[in-house]
Ligand binder design. Structure first.
Ligand code: HEC
Length: 203
């Protein structure tokens, strides 16, 4: 009786070891058996894949009408001169031209505008002077641009102007305002340069 017991314990240990070793599967891609899978298999749709759950079959949804993402302000203007004048009258620049703000404005200008408008904003950027871009960019360091209101320049950067493309999708709202202040700085510098030449009589 005693011996039988010992043998059965040995068999039990062997079986246990065998089952443990058996469960160490070398095929890492095989998950084994699912026991209550719950939400292991999610029905995920790719951004641009069709989607049977929506009437229009589009997976990537547009924001609900009238909603604004956190951190964004609505910009209710259109690409026409009347709307630009309206933006000039209504929008107030939310920054002061401190060193930090101007440094940021310069960085954004150097990244997005310098290619066409040039280092000093005179419309002589590399893209134009090399002949790659055929349309003469405006000299934004002088009038008539210097006479525009802050909101009109902001409108121009956001929605574009004439043959200039919009930059609203590339540049954040706060950076667009800092850019406006940097454009003002370029205009001030240009004025100083003109005054130096004419002895203060240039307008
Ligand atoms: C691909 C070239 C190009 C780039 C990049 C570009 N602009 Fe322009 N910009 C132009 C051209 C061309 C005009 C003149 C458009 C016209 O008269 O139809 C212009 C006009 C303007 C005006 C003049 C509006 C007015 O009524 O006097 C402003 C201000 C301006 N750009 C600012 C910027 C700023 C700031 C950036 C950087 C975000 C920028 N532009 C980037 C080509 C460019």
């Amino acid at each position: 009786m005693h011996i039988v017991n010992r043998i059965s314990i040995k068999i039990l240990i062997i079986m246990l070891t065998a089952s443990i070793l058996w469960s160490c599967d070398r095929q890492k891609n095989m998950r084994g058996y699912d026991f209550i899978p719950d939400m292991v298999y999610s029905q995920a749709y790719e951004t641009y894949s069709t989607n049977p759950n929506f009437k229009d079959s589009v997976t990537m949804r547009v924001p609900v009408n009238g909603t604004v993402p956190i951190g964004y302000l609505p910009f209710r203007y259109t690409l026409d001169s009347l709307s630009r004048v309206k933006a000039g009258n209504e929008l107030v620049i939310p920054f002061l031209p401190t060193d930090d703000v101007l440094a940021r404005g310069k960085l954004i200008f150097t990244t997005f505008c310098i290619g066409c408008h040039g280092v000093l904003g005179k419309g002589d950027g590399q893209l134009y002077s090399s002949g790659l871009y055929p349309l003469k960019p405006r000299d934004i360091s002088a009038s008539p641009t210097a006479k525009l209101k802050d909101g009109q320049i902001y409108h121009t950067i956001t929605l574009g102007f004439g043959s200039m493309m919009p930059h609203g999708a590339q540049i954040r709202p706060e950076d667009r305002w800092k850019l406006v202040l940097y454009v003002r700085e370029l205009q001030k510098q240009a004025q100083v340069a003109r005054d130096t030449i004419t002895g203060g009589k240039a307008k």
